[in-house]
Design a protein around this ligand. Structure first.
Ligand SMILES: CC(C)(COP(=O)(O)OP(=O)(O)OC[C@H]1O[C@@H](n2cnc3c(N)ncnc32)[C@H](O)[C@@H]1OP(=O)(O)O)[C@@H](O)C(=O)NCCC(=O)NCCS
Length: 391
């Protein structure tokens, strides 16, 4: 009979895989102590000021800033794939209107494989092209579902608009205000990549089995779905709406901290100071608030932030990207439950970049679990079983 001690070996368990490196990477660098984030060596501030989501996607996936013709090529590729086939739209029409948009997105991206005559391919270029075709369709899927659930017909892409502007156009059927489209574009850049977070790791694990890109990206969407990953932006907005006005902020924060409730949009596993994306979004949120007469909403968020920082002084809990992203999306007129799908829409660039980078020197990801259960139990007939785990 086996004895557990016979198979025990000295091991270190890395619960949560904290500080475990799974690969070398040239995609993203975060300095959480210095408030720095770089995509392919370019600071997030530079990209937010000068780049576009299309260009940033090219940079993340291919590794360099595109030339005119390379940018034209990716832009055309996205335009070509943005439209949904009527048969696929019919599938979305059948989804229950009450579905969570993240469930819709996860199911729809998975279902796209059914309409691809050859979803499986080992060729890296083909895999990249398939991922870009999915990336192109995701805003169309989100917008189509949102219109259907609100009793409206889906609107096909207009063409000749940016990825960000097309999304806003397909949601409303109106040409978006150029500033709104710019804000959406910057928000997409800011969410496009963030090193080996949970959803990127999930995509990498799936890619390492040589699965197709539909499976890879569906894994990412499923992982982003959890409230510990995507979703904090919704919670942060709800807090601001509940607090209601700047005068209530101090009592809200004091009460939350006294009852050990977390202030949403604060704290981060990696950043132990200001999240650089927060600084960019806060500025945009302030500008949008002025344009849209939403000063009270913005001032309430600032009051919560000021009060929280006062009470959390001396800790490493600072505002993160989600403290203002939900407010920005809200001011753009977007429904709260679309915030995490928008995060996915943007993060597909980073997921793809990491999956492709990993595949270039692939090794199947297969960690171990330390067995601490019993061994060699005698098989008991059903009549004599206790109905609980053996002591
Ligand atoms: C993001 C998050 C999960 C990171 O957490 P982490 O690095 O694993 O840190 P921990 O959860 O271990 O928290 C460490 C301490 O800080 C406190 N803390 C962390 N975030 C806090 C917050 N937003 N508000 C109040 N206290 C917070 C914890 O209560 C804990 O205190 P304790 O040691 O007295 O128990 C956490 O900060 C959080 O839940 N934030 C709110 C949700 C959010 O904004 N998420 C978006 C992240 S981009």
């Amino acid at each position: 009979m086996y004895k557990l001690s016979a198979i025990r070996e000295p091991v270190v368990i890395h619960k949560g895989l904290d500080n475990v490196y799974v690969k070398e990477s040239r995609i993203c660098y975060i300095d959480g102590e210095a408030s720095k984030l770089f995509y392919r060596g370019y600071s997030i501030e530079e990209l937010a000021s000068h780049s576009t989501f299309e260009e940033t996607t090219y940079l993340l996936i291919y590794g360099w800033l595109p030339t005119h013709s390379q940018l034209d090529q990716i832009t055309r590729q996205l335009e070509l794939h943005r439209t949904l086939e009527p048969q696929f739209l019919d599938l979305i029409r059948k989804f229950p209107a009450k579905s969570d948009p993240m469930d819709v997105l996860r199911t729809a991206v998975s279902a796209l494989a059914l309409y691809d005559p050859q979803p499986m391919t080992d060729d890296i270029t083909d895999k990249t092209d398939k991922a870009l075709a999915i990336l192109a369709k995701v805003p169309t899927i989100i917008a189509a579902f949102h219109r259907l659930r609100t009793g409206n017909n889906p609107i096909p892409p207009k063409g000749n608009l940016s990825h960000a502007a097309e999304f806003l156009y397909m949601l409303t059927g109106r040409d978006p205000d150029p500033y709104d489209a710019h804000v959406m574009d910057v928000a997409l850049i800011l969410h496009a990549e963030h090193e080996m977070n949970a959803s990127t790791f999930a995509c990498t694990v799936t890619a390492s089995t040589l699965a197709d890109m539909y499976s890879v990206l569906t894994s990412g969407i499923g992982t982003l779905r959890g409230p510990l990953h995507g979703g904090a932006n919704e919670a942060a907005l709800k807090t601001v709406l509940e607090v209601g006005n700047p005068g209530n902020a101090e009592s809200y924060v004091v009460d939350a901290l006294a009852h050990k409730r977390r202030i949403m949009g604060f704290g981060h596993r990696v950043y132990k100071t200001w999240d650089p994306r927060y600084l960019i979004l806060k500025k945009l949120a302030g500008e949008l608030a002025q344009k849209k007469n939403q000063a009270k909403l913005f001032d309430t968020a600032v009051a919560i932030e000021t009060s929280a920082r006062k009470h959390l002084e001396g800790t490493t809990i600072f505002p993160n990207v989600d403290s203002y992203s939900g407010i920005v999306f809200h001011m753009l007129g977007i429904e709260t439950d679309l915030f995490t799908p928008i995060f996915a829409m943007s993060r597909i660039s980073g997921w793809t970049a990491h999956a492709i980078e990993y595949l270039e020197a692939n090794r199947l990801i297969r960690p171990k679990a330390l067995y601490v259960g019993k061994l060699g139990l005698p098989y008991t007939p059903i009549e004599t079983r206790s109905g609980k785990a053996p002591e």
